[in-house]
Design a protein around this ligand. Structure first.
Ligand code: HEM
Length: 485
């Protein structure tokens, strides 16, 4: 094997990588030791800001293959023919803890998927939960502050976690989900993924539909109990990352089947609850699951920093035939992600290989900025319109227009007949087996009983009572018993 030569960043060979250049034997170091200065300075700059949420994650490449005809609902090219395959990159994550936090914890999991389609990248940035804690993006920074480490104690504080939920009755459904059996997935392979929000699909005739995405794991759903998770997190903080990496290394490629629920756009206004409310699911009896295709993960990234840490997903990356719904949370996210990427990775983060389109051609008038690697070719004009056959607009909207009525203002929510915050939490509770209910109650009581203020406990208990009388009674008894201990 020929010996590779160690070089500086400018490509010059390095003579000595073990001894700094000094003034005489044992003397002070010389400022002219370019290799030493560059090595130390570069090392100081290795870390970039971590994601403000979902900091800890794992990624993998794969493909999406269409198995069923959905052209009646969307004109998205990557979904246009049975058998069509599109390359993908996925990043799974925990939400609340910082980089270095353990994988086996009770927390939602991110399920962020990038489709490298021929019409540009499509990002579906979902979770393993079909619903979320809040329904207005203005609450998101407060919500996350209450769940992340407290600025004074430096740890997650039950007082903060439950105080936020005490003031957010709409969180009861997601709290029930999170504290239940699915709250700690056994691995990233053994959980479902959801788009969670309602999105809009538009077909070739311009007809609009509202859709919800469900990725069902083909490995089967498996979860950990709180005790199993505590043990695993203590033994191996990277348990879920290791599982994913090793499965793909072994050729045991995890896969998911994608289904959608489809609501004709005209049915949204009169549905019994707001179909754009992220704290609610659409009953399958109203809108059954329709199969679309399968996602297969078959390749590990070569470099975690370059490909996983620098991956940038934005819910605003749509392709023709797919667009946003009026869900307020989604609307907030359409701004938040690319803004986070510009801060975390810089304005040219889309030039990085993991984020750049694969088959689609990027051709626009965006120029310059830090670390620009794609700046047009020699004869390209950098303004539009121009007389030199530069790229021009298509005049074809990506998705159908939405009819909007009413006055501007800080409105609470559109009125539908059944918009209360508790009925779906109660339905989820009543679906559970007796054993499952027991574990749910114990998990909630374990956290809530650590809260120091009685009024915060009472407000949370009122939410469980409102969801289901038996649910409320059992949580109340369990909390009282733990507090009397
Ligand atoms: C990451 C904001 C709600 C799923 C992030 C990041 C921000 C953010 C700023 C970090 C992005 C980065 O640095 O790359 C928000 C806001 C929300 C919201 C403002 C509400 C208004 C949600 C919801 C879901 C979700 C409802 C799931 C349905 C994710 C995922 C990631 C993430 C999966 C990690 C993406 C990755 O792997 O790079 N969010 N988020 N978020 N968020 Fe949200």
């Amino acid at each position: 094997m020929t010996q590779r030569v160690l070089t500086t960043e400018s490509g010059a060979p390095v003579a000595d990588n073990q001894n700094s250049a000094t003034a005489g034997v044992g003397g002070p170091i010389l400022l002219q030791d370019q290799h030493l200065l560059e090595k130390l300075a570069r090392f100081n700059r290795e870390r970039i800001p971590e994601r403000v949420v979902h900091a800890r994650g794992s990624g993998a490449y794969g493909y999406f293959e269409v198995t069923d005809d959905v052209t009646g609902f969307t004109r998205a090219d990557f979904l246009s023919a049975i058998g069509k395959r599109t390359e993908t990159f996925i990043r799974f994550s925990t939400v609340a803890d910082s980089l270095g936090g353990a994988d086996a914890v009770r927390d939602p999991r991110g399920f962020a998927l990038k489709f490298y389609t021929d019409e540009g990248n499509y990002d579906l940035v979902g979770n393993n939960t079909p619903v979320f804690f809040i329904k207005d993006p203005i609450k998101f920074p407060d919500f996350i502050h209450s769940q992340k480490r407290d600025p004074f104690t430096g740890r997650q504080e039950p007082d903060n976690v439950w105080d936020f939920w005490a003031h957010a009755p709409e969180a009861t459904h997601q709290v029930t989900w999170l504290m239940g059996d699915r709250g700690i997935p056994a691995s990233y392979r053994h959980m479902n993924g959801y788009g969670s929000h309602t999105y809009q699909w538009t077909n070739a005739e311009g007809e609009a539909f509202f859709v919800k995405y469900h990725f069902k794991t083909n490995q089967g759903v498996r979860s950990l109990s709180s005790e199993q998770a505590a043990e695993l997190a203590g033994k191996d903080s990277t348990s879920h990352q290791t599982d994913l990496l090793q499965a793909i290394e072994r050729g045991v490629n995890p896969s998911w089947t994608l289904y959608v629920q489809v609501m004709p756009a005209a049915e949204a206004a009169d549905y019994r609850f707001n179909p754009f409310d992220l704290t609610k699911v659409w009953p399958h009896s109203d809108y059954p699951l329709q199969r679309v295709g399968r996602l297969v993960l078959d390749r590990n990234p070569d470099n975690v920093f370059a490909e996983v840490e620098q991956a940038a997903f934005s819910p605003n990356n749509f392709v023709p035939g797919i667009g946003p719904s009026p869900d307020k949370m989604l609307q907030g996210r359409l701004f938040a992600y690319a803004d986070a990427h510009r801060y975390r990775l810089g304005v040219n983060h889309t030039h990085l290989p993991v984020n750049a389109p694969r088959t689609a051609v990027v051709d626009n008038y965006g120029r310059d900025g830090l670390h620009a690697t794609r700046n047009g070719t020699r004869h390209d004009k950098n303004y539009e319109p121009n007389s030199y056959a530069g790229p021009a607009q298509t005049d074809a909207a990506l998705s159908a227009p939405l009819a909007i009525h009413g006055w501007t203002g800080t409105h609470a929510a559109p009125a539908h007949t059944k918009d209360d915050d508790f009925f779906q939490a109660g339905e989820l509770y009543r679906l559970m087996s007796e054993d499952e209910k027991g574990r749910l109650v114990a998990n909630i009581a374990g956290g809530l009983s650590q809260v120091t203020r009685d009024d915060v406990i009472e407000k949370n208990l009122a939410h469980f009572h409102a969801a289901d009388t038996d649910y409320g009674k059992r949580v109340e008894e369990a909390v009282r018993a733990l507090r009397e201990d």
